[in-house]
Design a protein around this ligand. Structure first.
Ligand code: ARG
Length: 586
């Protein structure tokens, strides 16, 4: 929070010294090294360079106009013109007091709320959700939660894959091989069996392949029987998706699958052709490069043998069917028309990078006026690896089903809870294991830089020590329990007065919660929040070792109890942004 107060006053001082200067880039950030104080600004050096001024002189002039005596010690001008700010304990105390009274939790809601569409999870119908879906689901949910907490208007949309050539196979299977009892027992497993069987047969038997194609054409041309079967398959899949989302605590405002956009596809292709953006190529229609920019930034060009050659994006196949790109163009257009967003974020795996570069570029050419007003972001992530850097698979070499993975996480957590909390009854143990198990899976996924691959490890993610969810959840439990045991209530005169180094370090870290939330939302990087919470948990633990709380007396006891309560609130709120629950006992 302090950075905002300092930033505002610094910008005013800069405006006074350099009338007309663009002060938006004059930022204050937490100092990288506590040696240099709590906050730092290097903005004046850039301003001096632009205006050919002596940076130290500019810094001195600005500082002379800068009144921050209520917040920090006299400002230090370091090196060629850095400003170093050291926050006064009295200011820290006032900030914590406001937080205790519920005036803020170290962040302020966005002054100009953005409307952000977040497209995430988006599994394909008639297939079980597998471990790959955890990343898109958990990342997207975290971004949506964080943006909402910061006061933005968020529209979540699950763009399920409910259209495409796989339905030819599925309908043939449904008509010829369906086992009604199996469907009743486990619909998705039965659909998967149908798909696999027909897919294998059509590789060997041309007649099956022909039938698959015929059923698909019937479906696409609106045949009632096939549409009925297709609807039923979507409904059955949705039941499975909903079970999974309920378990993960994930909600969507909309589930507009690919098929929703069918009515617009033909018109879009016609328009692209009319505008010269797409053209015919071997019976198909594709978007080609307009050669307007440098080849290395052009997603429709690729370098082969030292030459730049065409790398077009198909929008209509030679058989008349439309492509992923076409649907995505329609989707983007619909979202902009319907919700007028400032930003559209799509979360998928990294293998789709070229697709997104191509269709964002195609959209810019199709709707230039519209596209420049919306920030389009493809938030991509790496893979989950098993041992020895290989893709994460079951022992028999199959993809790991998400439901099985979550079951195992809860079971493993339960074994630990049973051992550590044998005093609790079965239901309480299970509830703790549920919260810890699911939290561990989510946290492990959110902690690495999302663009790197990570190695899945049960032992690491469930460890009570280290940068893990159980560790952070446990420190929450402790902090909340101390505040509870101390019968802490906030009164009008309650003061938090951090004095000891461990108290001050904790208090200063609390003050930076908002800046971290903002950078998560800005850069779409939940790992910043994981690291912040881990550090907070560690600072709390050191504080708790160094400073008696319940045994302290009078105002010191009050102050420390207040700190515990704020730590608990920030940990709980931060974990909630990650989609992770907490429990009163662990
Ligand atoms: N269904 C796709 C998949 O399974 C993800 C869709 C993402 N959203 C989009 N608008 N392309 O990879």
């Amino acid at each position: 929070m302090f950075h905002l107060l300092l930033e505002q006053r610094l910008q005013e001082a800069v405006a006074a010294v350099l009338p007309g200067a663009e002060t938006g880039a004059v930022l204050v950030r937490p100092a990288a090294d506590p040696k240099f104080g709590d906050y730092q600004s290097n903005a004046l050096m850039a301003l001096a360079r632009e205006r050919k001024l002596n940076p130290r002189q500019l810094a001195a002039d600005v500082v002379a106009r800068l009144d921050v005596a209520d917040l920090c010690q006299p400002i230090e001008i370091a090196g060629p013109g850095f400003l170093n700010f050291r926050i006064l304990p009295s200011a820290v105390s006032a900030l914590l007091g406001d937080a205790l009274r519920g005036r803020h939790l170290f962040f302020v809601p966005a002054a100009n709320p953005r409307t952000v569409v977040v497209d995430f999870s988006s599994p394909n119908v008639a297939k079980p959700m597998h471990v790959g879906h955890i990343r898109s689901t958990v990342l997207g949910d975290c971004l949506a939660r964080t943006l909402r907490l910061l006061g933005h208007r968020v529209v979540t949309d699950n763009h399920i894959g409910d259209w495409g050539t796989q339905f030819g196979m599925l309908i043939v299977g449904w008509k010829t091989l369906l086992d009604a009892d199996a469907l009743e027992r486990n619909a998705i497993a039965e659909l998967e069996r149908l798909y696999k069987t027909v897919s294998a047969r059509s590789k060997e038997d041309p007649a099956t392949l022909e039938r698959v194609h015929a059923e698909l054409v019937l479906l696409q041309s609106g045949d009632e029987t096939n549409l009925g079967i297709w609807h039923e398959m979507i409904r059955l899949s949705q039941v499975q998706f909903d079970t999974m989302y309920a378990r993960l605590g994930v909600k969507f405002d909309h589930t507009l699958g690919e098929s929703f956009y069918n009515p617009w596809l033909r018109g879009i292709v016609d328009e692209l052709v009319a505008k010269g953006i797409a053209r015919e190529s071997d019976g198909a229609i594709a978007v080609f490069s307009d050669r307007s920019g440098p080849p290395k930034d052009d997603p429709f060009l690729i370098q082969r043998d030292g030459e730049w050659t065409d790398n077009p994006a198909l929008v209509r196949k030679s058989d008349g069917a439309f492509n992923y790109t076409t649907t995505d163009l329609a989707t983007l257009d619909y979202r902009i028309r319907t919700w007028s967003p400032t930003e559209i974020v799509v979360v998928t795996d990294g293998r789709q990078q070229l697709h997104f570069r191509q269709f964002f570029a195609a959209f810019h050419r199709w709707k230039p006026g519209v596209a420049t007003n919306v920030k389009l972001a493809h938030v991509w992530f790496g893979s989950i690896l098993g041992d020895a850097g290989k893709p994460f698979k079951t022992r028999s070499g199959e993809t790991v089903k998400l439901a099985d993975l979550l079951d195992e996480a809860e079971e493993r957590a339960l074994a630990v809870v049973r051992e550590k909390r044998s005093d609790l009854d079965d239901a309480s143990q299970r509830e703790i294991a549920r919260v810890v198990g699911l939290g561990a899976v989510k946290y492990q996924d959110l902690l690495p830089n999302r663009q790197s691959d990570y190695v899945f490890s049960w032992d690491k993610m469930l460890a009570l020590q280290g940068n893990t969810s159980p560790y952070v959840q446990y420190q929450y439990t402790r902090a909340a329990k101390v505040a509870r045991d101390g019968d802490f209530v906030v009164g009008p005169d309650t003061k938090v007065l951090p004095v000891e180094p461990a108290e001050l370090a904790l208090a200063r870290h609390l003050a930076n919660f908002g800046i971290v939330l903002a950078s998560v939302a800005e850069e779409y990087r939940p790992n910043y929040l994981c690291n912040y919470l881990f550090e907070l948990a560690g600072l709390f633990s050191s504080f708790y070792e160094a400073c008696p709380v319940l045994k302290a007396e009078g105002p010191v006891r009050e102050s420390r109890l207040g700190l515990c309560q704020l730590v608990a609130r920030v940990l709980e709120t931060g974990l909630d942004c990650l989609g992770i629950e907490v429990t009163a006992r662990m």
